[in-house]
Write a protein that binds this ligand. Structure first.
Ligand code: AMP
Length: 420
């Protein structure tokens, strides 16, 4: 061990487990790439004001969890705590919305940072794959994104997840509900911090996990009863589209989510094998966000799925991923001349698209064969002086144990054929 350790709340992805993370990112992004979403990458940090305005001054993310810094030049930056605000900022900056090609559909993958109290499934550095569809108000788009996330989780073999769905209303009906809720909440027996929350973001109070708070909320006014006709119709359409696609969801009135920018459709994917950090992904419509960060009106919808928690969900369900083979052929040279000859073979195999590795460092047969076994290679190639004198290498099938001498000149072709 070195003097240093990974910072609190973070962990390193190391082989072989790191392969699962790559596979999860791939599985989540594949349906997006097949559905017209283009890849976008934005910086790991942004002007702190973007998140303050975009995510919301009243959210835990902004008030408690941002990693902020002042540069030597005096700029106030924050490590990105989420992806949507940055992606929208980048799309506006590049005028993607002006190309007459709405919606702008984008996907991304990267690291996010929140100064949270670490526990299993909750880290200070974590990884998300996300998707945003910018500039169009169409329930089909909301449904598309939920269906694609469902497809991604299913393609990984996950089954024990549920989709929670709600509508948060829009700028017409939400303020009316907000006021009714505030009036109700002000009469309850709540602590100071929660009282402050009533004034800034009363919907978040509904999300409070404490039993004594939840008990007082039984008779709280319900958003459902306040939705305007347009929001109701929109939500019914999203629900009908999901049902038509065979995607099962649960209506969840309490789903408000932690970010201020959501309007209308909100949803969360929860996994029942994960304990308290059960949300594996979430998202929704954010029709007002563009204007909040100084852009034009661009109704949009998106989601972010957590890679770390998806991996934990796979483990909880006991799903073994069908990971790509890392090494198909492992070469074990015995002696200097064999080293040169087999390294040339390995190079030839790699150029032919065969995953091949090599026993480096002039190791003995026994140790090198152990490494060959550990590599999971289907075939090993062994050659010593006597083999080379005869112009052959020994090709061993690690499954059957069968060993044959193959002419050095033919071995690349032979292995390419055998491995299909
Ligand atoms: P959010 O932006 O909070 O809705 O997060 C979207 C998804 O990212 C969540 O459903 C989690 O899977 C994941 N996520 C959020 N925060 C964390 C964290 N601190 N550690 C690990 N995963 C996280």
């Amino acid at each position: 061990m070195s003097t240093f350790q990974a910072p609190k709340g973070t962990y390193d992805l190391i082989p072989p487990d790191s392969a699962k993370f790559l596979a999860v990112r791939e599985a989540i992004s594949a349906p997006l790439r097949d559905s017209g979403y283009g890849y976008i990458e934005t910086p790991g940090f942004e002007n702190v004001e973007l998140f303050a305005r975009g995510v919301g001054e009243s959210t835990d993310i902004v008030t408690k969890e941002m990693y902020t810094l002042t540069t030597k030049g005096g700029d106030q930056l924050a490590l990105r705590p989420e992806g949507t605000a940055s992606v929208l900022r980048a799309a506006l900056e590049a005028n993607l919305h002006k190309a007459g090609n709405l919606p702008v559909k984008l996907w991304y993958s990267g690291s996010y940072y929140r100064y949270e109290r670490p526990q299993k499934g909750r880290y200070r550095h974590f990884s998300q794959v996300g998707a945003e569809a910018i500039g169009t108000e169409d329930p089909v788009l909301d449904a598309e994104l939920i269906i694609l996330a469902d497809q991604a989780y299913r393609s990984l073999g996950l089954r024990q997840f549920r989709i929670l769905l709600n509508s948060l209303g829009d700028k017409e009906c939400r303020p009316v509900y907000r006021e009714a809720l505030q009036t109700f909440l002000r009469d309850l027996d709540l602590d100071e911090e929660t009282r402050r929350r009533i004034e800034i973001n009363p919907l978040r109070v509904l999300d409070d996990k404490r039993a004594d708070v939840q008990k007082q909320l039984t008779d709280a006014p319900r958003l459902r009863d306040y939705l305007c006709d347009a929001c109701k119709a929109y939500h019914e359409e999203v629900r009908a589209l999901l049902t038509a696609a065979g995607v099962v969801y649960e209506d969840d009135e309490k789903l408000v989510r932690g970010l201020d920018y959501y309007t209308r459709t909100t949803f969360e994917f929860v996994h029942d094998g994960l304990g308290s950090q059960s949300a594996v992904g979430g998202g929704g419509r954010y029709d007002g966000l563009s204007e909040m960060i100084g852009g034009p009106a661009l109704p949009s919808v998106g989601w972010a799925l957590g890679v770390d928690r998806t991996v934990l969900a796979l483990e909880a369900e006991g799903v073994e991923l069908d990971l790509p083979v890392t090494t198909s052929v492992y070469a074990v040279p015995l002696g200097d001349e064999a080293r040169r000859a087999l390294f040339a073979v390995v190079t030839g195999l790699r150029r032919a698209g065969v995953a091949a590795d090599f026993a480096f460092g002039g190791r003995g047969l026994k140790g090198a064969m152990k490494s060959a076994n550990r590599s999971g290679a289907r075939y090993t190639l062994v050659a010593g002086e006597r083999d080379l004198a005869e112009g052959v290498v020994q090709l061993k099938d690690m499954e059957s144990g069968e060993q044959t001498a193959v002419a050095l000149a033919d071995v690349v072709a032979e292995l390419t054929t055998r491995l299909g």
